[in-house]
Structures are given as structure tokens and as C-alpha cells.
Design a protein around this ligand. Sequence first.
Ligand SMILES: Cc1cc2nc3c(=O)[nH]c(=O)nc-3n(C[C@H](O)[C@H](O)[C@H](O)COP(=O)(O)OP(=O)(O)OC[C@H]3O[C@@H](n4cnc5c(N)ncnc54)[C@H](O)[C@@H]3O)c2cc1C
Length: 331
Amino acid sequence: MDANAQGRPRVVVLGAGFAGLTFCQAFSCPEADVIVVDRQNHHLFQPLLYQVATAGLSAPEIAQPIRSILRQRRNATVLLRRVLKRDFRRIDPQQAHIILLEAGPRLLPQFSARLSSKAAAQLAALGVEVRANSSVAALGEGLVKLADGSQIQSANIIWAAGVAANPLTRRLGVELDRAGRVRVHQDLSLPTHPEAFAIGDLALVLDQRGRPVPGISPAAMQMARHVARLIRDDVRGKHTTRNARPAFRYRNQGAMATIGRSAAVAQIGGLEFSGWVAWVAWLLVHLVFLIGFRNKAAVLLQWTYSYFTYKPGSRIVTGLGDDSGHEDSAR
Ligand SMILES: Cc1cc2nc3c(=O)[nH]c(=O)nc-3n(C[C@H](O)[C@H](O)[C@H](O)COP(=O)(O)OP(=O)(O)OC[C@H]3O[C@@H](n4cnc5c(N)ncnc54)[C@H](O)[C@@H]3O)c2cc1C
């Protein structure tokens, strides 16, 4: 946070993902200006990205222009960049032998042991060979070498172990963890800059049990609402020092993982679901949180159509923004 030439407080939000957008929507402080910078012109609903890769949905159905989402926010300015398009190729699972390697003793360790084995059984029913306790030692061209000395030959190797934070964090000059996340202060500010905050997938925050808060959208949105309240109170002079600010507390609202058609696992409070019920719950939750009524209606229609006809959608996905440097701005 800083101030413009007229002395109005100015908050710069880098990235209009779940955290950035939720911040803008929760930041009720008309006495301050908000500038949102994103390399894309749209918010991408990443939890449904795999549906685009597998041609279940098309890219526009899970994207919404940032300007239209924030059009009610009179004090928000959006700085934008261009995007590219790329094609995905269709994978025919009938012709593929899919091996899923997991270094740990079971899949989805954040779920109970019972749901882990339900997930493994649902994958097996899809023809996926699941190998637990299989740690990858090295990758070569068309070759995976395992820690036990065995090798697997494959034309397609997909590395999905762990999500790394945006490389931008390396330029901040602050302490990072192995995944490149910023070790933030308990109020989510940078240790060396109380006026700057890292939230969402960028931030390493511990929950009440001392475990890292997971990199999922509800966590990003909770952090965004916390910082929105905190900056508003800063602007109004409520906190005189950083230590006077409240600490962030994460509320675990449950976990869901989709596996395939009518196959998923879900853990909500003390309740556990798997199979069709969990899959429908997963669809409903994602539909509710998808931004824009038009997208919700289009996705619902597409899912219903695909469910009954087994036909996929178009195979176009929006890629990373091109770095040609084109920018425009709009209120
Ligand atoms: C395939 C996939 C599936 C997922 N499934 C789920 C799920 O089912 N449930 C769930 O809760 N979570 C899921 N997640 C995680 C969830 O999407 C993230 O936790 C959430 O998006 C984090 O929000 P964020 O705002 O921190 O980051 P993001 O949503 O990634 O937003 C970051 C924003 O910053 C912009 N940006 C990046 N670099 C720059 C730059 N240099 N300059 C300007 N702008 C920049 C990007 O364009 C983007 O708009 C999934 C993620 C992926 C990738």
C-alpha cells in the first residue's frame, strides 16, 4: 500500500486469481484506490482446468474477463495483457497404459485412509495402474527411473508432484520455502515489508495445528478477506503497529478430489463420500463457485450434454499471456 499524488491511499493487487479477486470484492474502503495487474485479461477458474485439457469443457466456459467481474468496483483500475491459444491432443485411454506413481504409502494423503483406498479402487476401475511407495529417482527421454532401480519406458511422462509458487517470488528478496512460497508474517505481510502482503498460492502460512495451509482456492479467498479487512483498518488508523494486526486463522472447510465420470472422493466435516455422490457434490461445488451466471449455465448445459451423450467439448485452451508487452488499462 502507498499513496497517489493526491494523498489517496493506493493498494496494488498483483494477480486477479482467487486471492486477488476476492480481495477486491471484500475490500470495502472507498477512501482508497485499488490497481489490479494481471498478465491475462481474464480470471481463470483453475479447479476446472483439467476439464478443458480433457475436452470436457471449453476454455471460455471457465474464464471471465477481469474488467467485467470488477465493473461494480468504482475505485478499481485493471491493467491487462494479451493471451495465446494452444490446442490439446486427445488421449485415447483404451490405447494407453497409464501408471500412476506415488512416493508415499497411499494416494491423497490429506484424505482418510479409507477414502485413499476408495480413490485407488476408482482409478483401477478406469484402468489406471496405481503404484504406491514408488519414488522417482530420475527422468530421462522416454524413461522414468525409480529409487528401487527399476525403470519404466513411456513416450508421455506427466510430472504432477507438487505445485510451485509463481517464480515472481524469487525476485522479492525474502525467505522462501522449497516450493518458492513466501514465509509471511502471521498477518500475511512480508517479513521485511509490513505494507506488502503475499496471499493465496504464494504464501506459506501454518494452520492452528502447525501444518502448511494448502494451496487451494478456499484458502486463497480466506486470506484475501483477511487482508482486505486489515488494510481497511490500517487506512482508518486502527492499527498503529504491525503487531496490533490480527493473525490469519485458516478454517478447513473440507476436501474433494474428482477422479473421473461418477468417480470422486469428498470429506466434509466428519462425513466421507465416494463414487457418484462425491462426484455430484464436486460438480455442484465447482458450479456454485464458478464466476459469472452465463458460465455457470453454459457449464451445466455442457456437463449434462456430455453426461448423456459421452461427447466431449471443443479442445481449445487459453495459454499463458504473450510477452510482447502489449498492455492496456481500463476502469
Ligand atoms: C489444474 C488445477 C486444479 C485445481 N483444482 C482445485 C480444486 O479442485 N479445488 C481447489 O480449491 N483448488 C484447486 N486448485 C488450486 C487453486 O486453483 C489455487 O489454490 C488458487 O487458484 C490460488 O489462487 P491465487 O489467487 O493464489 O492464484 P491464481 O488463481 O493462480 O491467480 C494468480 C493470478 O496472477 C496472475 N499472474 C501470474 N503471474 C503474473 C505476473 N508476473 N504479472 C501479473 N499477473 C500475474 C495470473 O494470470 C493469475 O490471474 C487447482 C489448481 C490447478 C492448477
